[in-house]
Design a protein around this ligand. Structure first.
Ligand code: BGC
Length: 777
């Protein structure tokens, strides 16, 4: 199943040798991004083989007209798509009248592609023998500047190896691009202008709907060779510079292409081209090497706070760094209008939209590795969508300020229309509320509640109290017709996870009101007025629903039951499934999947993971022992949560086995789908499985840090760094001991296993490792 063609290295992803069959996978794996734009690892020069050309600009999307068989009331009108944007990396090379195209040349040798994660740069080299007999060596380097988020830079060199030759080099910008996933095969862009002069090209594009505009400008500088002609070329959608030159055998011709990409999110429409040109010429003045130095310095700082080191296992080391690298390329936290699509900028699947993945997976990662404002911006994104969430709930029949956040969104509107996901996966509302709590308990920023959080929590609590139904038969509140995180059963009643998170939201909203009342009573009055809260009546109702909510339980096994009807299903475990029918979603009918007991991803266990403090180890063990063998992990978000829980119950081997599935999911292409893009959001889960799984990091009593490290026998040592309430800690674990260093300016105290430890600022403590701590407790 796996595809392992990449070389293992601690800091680099390396592909050696050219195999066109791997090309689309590599286009995903070697993707680059800088939070504001992203680019798949497409070749600069022509490539006529299979490809997904992908260039994406953060926040620029298209409301593609929806496609459904049977329209139902309440369906969203559109499915938003991150737009495949004009191709700004292109550099065509023609050698003695033949186009350099690795799919067509007679021979490719010494092909190496390297993603240097330390510096954030993509490099490639090869020697190609063309059909006309000319042999050329090519090297390329490319990065999307972290320091200047509107700049991309390329250094491309060609050296004729066996003869002098005539070269035509054409750096260009091409606006004739299409989304692979367009519903009606339409193009999404109008190209408003395309202009070229000697070494410059520019293009102004506008989305056909919503009027996003993006200006592109390229400045190319060529060194080497004897230039005979420079010909600007332009048509309605294309602008480039055709440079003809003679190159001597052995002479290196270097093209430096500097590109400015400016979108209307950041500039007035009439300034887009001038701004893009300014970015490109400033970059050209600074020069490739200096740009790269400042970009690498940016990465150095990111790595300082987010790196995880694993000694004794290069594959694991490469895997975790790849995940950290991709997450930081996708979201930099500077703009609260942006969010994190499940595939980031590496493909079109999931439309680049925001899912609950952000709150449930990415926020824990960024909370502990990035400055506080990064997660605050992710929370404010949802705060700004509160009005739309209220409208969304109204469309479904809810009233009085009840808010249902969309399952899939770009601008706060729901833009997905599979009913079992759009309407039924209401648990996402809970993840959004929980993220507020998670942020506050990690940062201590209580003021967030009064500034933004409380309004969101009230809207969400109102939703849950209206969504619950009182069952006369059970004499309890029930929540009917939902899909839990396990998308392999729909329209179920009393999904344990959904009920659990609903109950928690109802309680937390009341608690949050009390906190704001204590800290800032005047602000509470303002909020009450603004959201028209009938404080006593409403909060009493919330309490009554929370206190009387029904939770299915299966006595015989002593487990929380995933949903009312779960035990009616034929009970089989995954080891009874033949590998030939995995993954189930590619072999079984949907009908069969829905009837089966197989679970796509953590569901009841997702709830136990979130509220672990409430359960003793035995309870967690029983639930894990029941559910994990029924779980097919067909969502990339699944193995990580299971790995964390396996470590929590002292089963380090199982934790490691599950960790391996998550850590190199894309690098080893476990699901044979990496060509569609990378699993960006689940990468955060991989990070969690080290820090929360092996590291045992928890926040307890809502404000205190706890660590309970264990280590897989395969590793000599691992270390990670976390931010917590203004402090900065480094944790190093080997087979004998745990060392914790406090890098912050103040001292810190935490619970290590069950012992309270104090660490002065700048100092470390060392304690023996208790690898089987949870096995015994
Ligand atoms: C998962 C969802 C997730 C979505 C986007 C689905 O396969 O089941 O939980 O939100 O992918 O990552």
């Amino acid at each position: 199943m796996m595809r392992q063609y990449l070389k293992k290295d601690e800091w680099k992803i390396i592909e050696e040798g050219f195999n066109p069959e791997h090309h689309t996978a590599s286009e995903s794996i070697f993707s680059l991004g800088n939070g504001q734009m992203g680019q798949r690892a497409n070749f600069e020069e022509a490539w006529s083989g299979p490809t997904l050309r992908g260039s994406y600009i953060a926040g620029v999307y298209y409301p593609d007209k929806t496609r459904v068989g049977w329209w139902k009331n309440g369906y969203p009108e559109y499915f938003a798509k991150v737009i495949n944007s004009p191709n700004w990396i292109g550099i065509d090379v023609n050698i003695n009248d033949e186009t350099l195209d690795l799919f067509k040349v007679s021979k490719v040798e010494n092909f190496v592609r390297i993603l240097d994660m330390k510096k954030g740069v993509l490099q490639r080299q090869f020697t190609a023998t063309l059909n006309n007999g000319i042999r050329v060596s090519v090297t390329t380097e490319r990065f999307l500047s972290m320091e200047r988020p509107e700049v991309g830079a390329i250094r491309f060199s060609v050296t004729p190896e066996n003869d002098d030759c005539n070269l035509i080099i054409t750096p260009f910008i091409d606006g004739d691009v299409k989304n692979e996933d367009a519903n009606y095969d339409e193009k999404f862009w109008n190209i408003l202008s395309a202009e070229a002069s000697a070494f410059e090209a520019s293009l102004l594009s506008q989305t056909k709907k919503l009027d996003f505009r993006v200006g592109f400008a390229a400045k190319s500088i060529i060194t080497g060779g004897e230039t005979s002609n420079i010909q600007p070329i332009q048509n309605a959608t294309f602008a480039g510079n055709q440079i003809s030159l003679k190159a001597k055998k052995g002479e290196k011709i270097i093209v430096n292409k500097y590109v400015g990409v400016c979108s209307s999110l950041y500039h007035p429409a009439e300034q887009l081209l001038s701004q893009a040109k300014k970015q490109a010429s400033e970059a050209a003045e600074v020069g490739f090497d200096n740009l790269l130095t400042e970009h690498a310095a940016h990465w150095e700082n990111i790595w300082k706070h987010s790196d995880i080191k694993i000694l004794g296992d290069v594959a694991a080391q490469q895997g975790i760094r790849f995940n950290i690298f991709q997450l930081n390329q996708t979201y930099t936290g500077k703009d609260e209008r942006l969010n994190i699509g499940p595939k980031g900028f590496t493909g079109e699947k999931y439309g680049g939209s925001t899912y609950w993945d952000t709150e449930a997976y990415c926020i824990p990662f960024f909370l502990m590795t990035a400055p506080q404002k990064v997660v605050k911006n992710l929370l404010i994104y949802r705060y700004k969508h509160l009005g739309k969430a209220i409208e969304n709930a109204q469309k479904l029949g809810f009233t009085d300020g009840a808010a249902l956040y969309p399952m899939v969104t770009m601008n706060g509107e729901e833009c997905h229309n599979e009913w079992e996901i759009t309407f039924e996966e209401i648990h996402r509302n809970g993840a959004i509320a929980f993220a507020i709590h998670n942020y506050i308990r990690h940062t201590g920023d209580d003021a967030y509640l009064e500034q933004y959080g409380l309004e969101v929590l009230i809207g969400i609590a109102r939703f849950w109290s209206q969504r619950a139904t009182y069952s006369q038969e059970k004499q309890k509140f029930v929540i009917l017709g939902v899909t839990g995180p396990n998308e392999y059963e729909n329209n179920v009643n009393n999904n344990w996870y959904t009920n659990k998170i609903a109950q928690w939201c109802l309680n937390y909203a009341r608690e949050a009101i009390d906190i704001v009342e204590k800290n800032n009573p005047q602000r509470l009055e303002e909020i009450i007025k603004k959201v028209k809260l009938d404080r006593n009546t409403e909060t009493n109702m919330w309490k009554s629903v929370a206190d009387n909510l029904y939770f299915p339980y299966y006595e015989e096994e002593g487990i929380f039951l995933q949903q009312d009807g779960y035990m009616d299903k034929e009970q089989i475990t995954t080891d009874e499934l033949s590998p030939s029918i995995r993954p189930l979603n590619q072999h079984w009918s949907w009908d069969r999947i829905l009837r089966s007991c197989f679970i796509k991803q953590a569901d009841t266990l997702q709830g136990i993971y979130l509220f672990e403090e409430e359960y003793d180890t035995e309870t967690i063990r029983r639930n894990f022992a029941f559910y994990e063998p029924r779980t097919v992990h067909e969502s990339s978000l699944s193995p990580c949560v299971h790995s964390i829980l396996a470590a929590r119950i002292g089963n380090v081997d199982k934790a490691y086995e599950l960790y391996l599935r998550t850590s190199r999911l894309d690098l080893d292409d476990y699901n044979r789908e990496v060509h569609e893009g990378l699993h960006i959001t689940s990468m955060a889960g991989t990070w969690m499985s080290i820090v929360e799984g092996f590291g045992g990091k928890r926040v307890y009593d809502d404000r205190k840090l706890r660590l309970a490290p264990c280590i897989p026998e395969q590793w000599h040592e691992y270390s990670f760094r976390i931010r917590f309430r203004g402090n900065d800690l480094e944790v190093r674990v080997n087979q004998e001991q745990v060392e914790i260093t406090c890098h912050g300016t103040g001292s810190t105290s935490l619970l290590l296993y069950n012992e309270e430890v104090d660490i002065p600022a700048g100092k470390s403590i060392c304690k023996p490792l208790i690898n089987n701590y949870y096995a015994k407790n």
